[in-house]
Design a protein around this ligand. Structure first.
Ligand code: NAD
Length: 424
């Protein structure tokens, strides 16, 4: 696993930020990088055929110096198996700490997972519910509205979030504990604006980047990689600011639309045909062509590891807004920086989701619910401040925005830790 250990990658990023902050103390570096706790749990489930099956689940709680742990729960079966999943969950919980700190929400970092692929294995609704409630029971002692607040992630939805909230509430004398989890459906205490949050946040970041680079949004051109939740709302909000979509892709292929197309038209086509490919007025292109389209704004919003050193050398955009997690490989960053392309890194560009999760938790704790506009404007204020703070550090230290975001986040967590001190 050594070459491909996600937790070692996460640790390296912390150490790089410490280098820039001048933190030489090995103990402090170790403190910042290491999760506070990684729980590995056994979840016995009675399957529909009457037999029992044991699943393995994890909850990694990375850091809570700034507030309760926060982060998704995924149901997945990575190729590396259960041991790899543990390292992945540890890394993801670390990135959640930095993501919350960059936008200054008072939460820490956590991540959970069950080693299962519910789609591949075709688990029934009953099996999935017993698995979800079994996991909620197994981690019930370490989660809670003031301790650790999970959320949806790969292959988990509002349905699983509601089942976890219901299990946890019933285990706690039937108290109404909506704030134990976010990403709930609206009638179960979910927040308005959650569905648009990630894409909207990405669009705010791109607008701020354009302002810094003195680029007008009206007439700016956009290439979108992916056409799911993050890409669609990023595209729609960029279009509202006057930008034009000239290339898009999904898992079936990529297209270039030389004269541009309205998001509504692309969405309608995708709805009808199941893919963006074949849109009238477009031509099919390769993934590499899509990523290297001559455009103002590139939004990778599909998969990780898309932009390597070679593609970076061929990029022809001015701004990259990373809606996806980890779309750029580390060796591509210096190439992109030299080309003076501004990257808004994933932990900032896709933090709209966690901002609204935070606001969902606040509403649950108050028992008072805001309008869509209230929630969206509070999220905008958080993310814009995150962008401006990151940009200021990037200027100060003459580093790219990715490093600057980590420096900002690590600095904030360190500050909280220094106030708290070590006990016992
Ligand atoms: P989604 O499932 O709604 O959409 C994913 C899209 O990617 C689909 O359109 C799919 O067709 C496309 N895709 C898959 N393989 C592709 C390929 N090889 N080439 C081009 N497109 C391909 O997922 P999403 O929620 O939009 O998430 C997208 C990315 O954004 C992920 O990296 C996710 O981790 C990240 N993200 C999402 C959120 C959120 O709230 N939705 C929050 C933070 C980060």
């Amino acid at each position: 696993m050594a070459g491909n250990d996600p937790f070692l990658n996460a640790t390296k990023q912390v150490n790089d930020a410490c280098d820039i902050l001048g933190i030489r103390d090995k103990g402090i570096r170790q403190y910042l990088a290491t999760p506070n706790r990684v729980a590995r749990v056994k979840i016995p489930v009675r399957m529909d055929n009457g037999k029992m099956r044991v699943f393995i689940g994890f909850r990694s709680q990375h850091n809570n110096d700034r507030g309760p742990y926060k982060g998704g729960i995924r149901y997945f079966d990575p190729e590396g198996g259960v041991e790899y999943m543990e390292r992945e969950v540890m890394a993801l919980s670390s990135w959640m700490t930095w993501k919350c700190a960059v936008v200054d929400v008072p939460l820490g970092g956590g991540k959970g997972a069950i080693f299962v692929n519910p789609k591949k294995e075709k688990l029934s609704a009953g099996e999935l519910e017993r698995l979800t409630r079994g996991f909620a029971y197994a981690i019930s002692e370490i989660i809670g509205p003031e301790k650790d607040i999970p959320a949806p992630d790969v292959y988990t939805t509002g349905r699983e979030m509601t089942q976890i909230m219901d299990t946890f509430s019933k285990m706690n004398n039937n108290r109404r504990l909506l704030g134990v989890i976010t990403g709930k459906p609206i009638p179960m205490g979910g927040s308005l604006a959650r569905n648009v949050a990630t894409g909207l946040g990405t669009a705010h970041c791109v607008r701020e980047a354009a302002r810094v680079l003195k680029i007008k949004m009206r007439g700016a051109t956009v290439a979108l990689q992916g056409f799911g939740n993050a890409a669609i709302f990023a595209g729609e909000y960029l279009e509202k600011q006057g930008a034009k979509i000239i290339a898009v892709s999904d898992s079936r292929g990529s297209i270039s639309i030389p004269r541009g197309a309205k998001m509504a038209k692309i969405e309608e086509w995708k709805q009808k045909k199941g893919t963006v490919v074949g849109l009238p007025g477009s031509k099919k292109i390769t993934t590499q062509d899509l990523l290297t389209t001559k455009c103002t704004i590139l939004i990778p919003a599909a998969l990780e590891n898309q932009i390597d050193k070679k593609i970076a050398a061929k990029l022809r955009c001015r701004i990259i807004g990373e809606a996806a997690n980890g779309p750029t490989l580390p060796d591509a960053d210096p190439v992109i920086y030299r080309k003076k392309i501004m990257v808004v890194p994933d932990i900032l560009a896709n933090s709209g989701g966690v901002c609204i999760s935070y606001l969902e938790w606040v509403q649950n704790n108050m028992g008072y619910y805001w309008t869509f506009d209230d929630v969206a404007s509070k999220m905008e204020a958080q993310i814009v401040r995150g962008f401006r703070d990151t940009h200021a550090l990037s200027k100060k230290h003459k580093i790219d925005m990715r490093k600057a975001a980590m420096v900002l986040a690590v600095g904030r967590v360190l500050e909280a830790f220094e106030h708290r001190g070590v006990w016992p």
